[in-house]
Design a protein around this ligand. Structure first.
Ligand code: ZN
Length: 374
C-alpha cells in the first residue's frame, strides 16, 4: 500500500511539474518539456497523453524547422476549460472568462452603483458573473473563480479583512458566493494580482515593488519571486499610508493618507478621468502643472520609503496610469526619487507595467491556475 501511495504521489508531482512548465513555456514540444522538467521522455509522453485525454492539452502543429524532424507542439486547449476572474475596482466591476492560455474571451463590466453598500456590490458581482457564464458553450467548463478587490485580503481565509473603498470588514467572499457558484472561489488583493500577472509575463521578477495607480491605489510586493502579502494581507496597502499629518480627511476616516492627498491633485478614484488626465499628448498641460509636480513628489516619497524597507531591483507602475502615460512619467518619477529621497549611489529604475489592460483579471487567472492545477 505504502509503495502504491508513493508512486501516485510521484505521478502527481510530475504532472504538476509538467503543467507549471506548460504555463510558462507553451507552446512547447515533448522533447523540450523533457529537457526543462528533467523528466524522462517516457514519463513526459505518459503525462502528455493523460493531459490530452483530459482535454487540457492539444497538439497545435509542428515547430519551425531547424533541420531534421519537426517536433509536434503542445498547448493548452483554449476551448474547454476557463477561469472566471473578477476585478472589483473602485468605480467598476469587471468579470471575464479567461482560458488556459491566459486569453480573455468574454468580458463584461458595469459601474459600481453604491460604494458603501456591500450587499448591492455582491449582487452586482453575481449578476455580472452570471452574464459572463451565459456566454459559455455546451461542454465548456469553469475550473474556478478569483476575485480581485481593492483592500486588505486574507487569502488563506478568502476574506476581505478591510476595504475602505467599499466599507467592507471581514467579508468571506467564498461563503457569500457559494450558493451561486459550484466551483472553487478565491479572493485576493487587486494590486497583488496585477503584480502576479507582471511576474509571469516577465518571468524574472525577483524583488519588485509594483505600484497600481488608478482607479485603486495599492502595491504588490514581490520578494524572492513570490507575492509577499504579510501575515494577514496588509503588506502593500500603500493608499492609506499617511504622508501628511494635517492632510485632508480620507474616506477611511484618517487624515493625510496618500490616496486623499493625491486626490487633491489627480482624480485617483476614477479610471475615466485618470485616463484623460494622463493621456499624452492631449494632456500635455498636465505634465507642466504643479498638480503633476505634487503627484510625482508624493508617489516618489512612497516609492523611496519602500525602497529603503526592502530594496527591490525594480519598481513597476501599473493601473490605469500605465495604460496612457508617456515615458516622461517614469523618467520624472525616477529623477524625483533619486534626487530627493535616496541616499548613496544606488539609483532606482522605474518602469511601466507590460500587462496593461485587464491586469487584475489576468493575474486572477494565474492565481486560479496555481491554486487549482498545481
Ligand atoms: Zn485612508
Amino acid at each position: 500500500m505504502q509503495k502504491r501511495g508513493s508512486a501516485q504521489a510521484l505521478r502527481e508531482h510530475n504532472r504538476k511539474a509538467v503543467l507549471a512548465c506548460l504555463r510558462d513555456q507553451a507552446p512547447i514540444s515533448r522533447t523540450r518539456l523533457s529537457a526543462r522538467t528533467k523528466l524522462s521522455p517516457a514519463t513526459i509522453s505518459a503525462i502528455v497523453d493523460e493531459l490530452i485525454s483530459d482535454q487540457l492539452l492539444v497538439e497545435v502543429g509542428k515547430e519551425r524547422s531547424r533541420g531534421g524532424r519537426r517536433a509536434v507542439m503542445l498547448d493548452f486547449n483554449e476551448q474547454k476549460y476557463f477561469f472566471l476572474c473578477a476585478d472589483l475596482a473602485v468605480d467598476t466591476i469587471s468579470v471575464a472568462l479567461v482560458n488556459l492560455r491566459f486569453q480573455v474571451l468574454a468580458h463584461r463590466s458595469r459601474p459600481v452603483q453604491d460604494r458603501r453598500d456591500p450587499a448591492l456590490l455582491l449582487q452586482q458581482l453575481v449578476e455580472t458573473a452570471q452574464e459572463v457564464l451565459a456566454t459559455l458553450g455546451a461542454g465548456e467548463r469553469v475550473l474556478g473563480m478569483c476575485i480581485g478587490v481593492t483592500g486588505v485580503v486574507n487569502k488563506a481565509k478568502d476574506t476581505i479583512v478591510y476595504s475602505a473603498a467599499f466599507d467592507i470588514r471581514n467579508l468571506n467572499m467564498r461563503a457569500e458566493l457559494a450558493r451561486f457558484f459550484d466551483f472553487p472561489i478565491y479572493t485576493f488583493n487587486d494590486a497583488n494580482l496585477s503584480a502576479l500577472a507582471e511576474k509571469y509575463y516577465l518571468s524574472s521578477l525577483g524583488y519588485c515593488l509594483y505600484l497600481m495607480i488608478g482607479p485603486s491605489l495599492g502595491a504588490g510586493v514581490i520578494v524572492n519571486g513570490d507575492i509577499y502579502s504579510g501575515q494577514s494581507g496588509w503588506a502593500g496597502e500603500i493608499g492609506h499610508s499617511i504622508v501628511e499629518r494635517a492632510g485632508p480627511v480620507c474616506f477611511c476616516g484618517k487624515r493625510g493618507c496618500l490616496v486623499s492627498v493625491l486626490a487633491q491633485y489627480i482624480p485617483v478614484g476614477s479610471a475615466e478621468k485618470l485616463r484623460s488626465t494622463f493621456a499624452w499628448p492631449s494632456g500635455r498641460d498636465f505634465y507642466a502643472s504643479s498638480a503633476y509636480e505634487h503627484f510625482c513628489y508624493y508617489v516618489g516619497l512612497i516609492i523611496s520609503n519602500y525602497v529603503k524597507i526592502f530594496d527591490p531591483e525594480t519598481v513597476i507602475i501599473g493601473g490605469v496610469v500605465a495604460e496612457v502615460a508617456p515615458q516622461k512619467l517614469y523618467a520624472d518619477l525616477e529623477a524625483c526619487v533619486n534626487e530627493q529621497f535616496l541616499l548613496g549611489d544606488q539609483p532606482v529604475s522605474i518602469l511601466p507595467a507590460q500587462v496593461k489592460a485587464n491586469s487584475v483579471i489576468i493575474g486572477g487567472a494565474y492565481f486560479c491556475f496555481d491554486n487549482i492545477l498545481l
